[in-house]
Design a protein around this ligand. Sequence first.
Ligand code: HEM
Length: 122
Amino acid sequence: MRLFNSVNDYGAVAQALHWLTVILVALAWALGIFGDLLPKGAARQAGLAVHIYTGLALLVLVAARLTWRSVDASPALEVTELGPDGKVARVCRRDRELCALRAACRGAGCRNRAQFARGDAL
Ligand code: HEM
């Protein structure tokens, strides 16, 4: 398995940092929400400690991810017949009632909302 990103794919390091972030966010959230269900005393204290260290580890991970990104360029944007934003635009044309996708589309550079609402190519 490649450590570095290629033009088409993320490498092992970027993927490992990504999934570690997912696991730590889930763990911190779960312990924040459900930590009170642990028995009072040592178990609950341990739960809170893990919660806090998980959150602090996430800060370190963010720094690691930014550092890694600065030395290992991301894969190229997928080229479609609609340009680099085409993938998002095509989904938006199919399900144009979904406001969340509409917002995503705008964020991705679909500036003309009327054109987008008609489902025209962007
Ligand atoms: C991504 C990181 C984090 C997430 C997702 C997260 C999430 C949460 C959630 C959902 C709660 C419960 C809030 C409530 O029930 O009102 C909570 C409580 C708490 N969090 Fe975090 N948190 C994170 C990081 C941190 C960090 C870094 C610290 C400390 C430096 C911290 C300290 C606390 C404390 C002291 C509580 C209250 C616990 C209690 O009442 O027993 N959290 N957190």
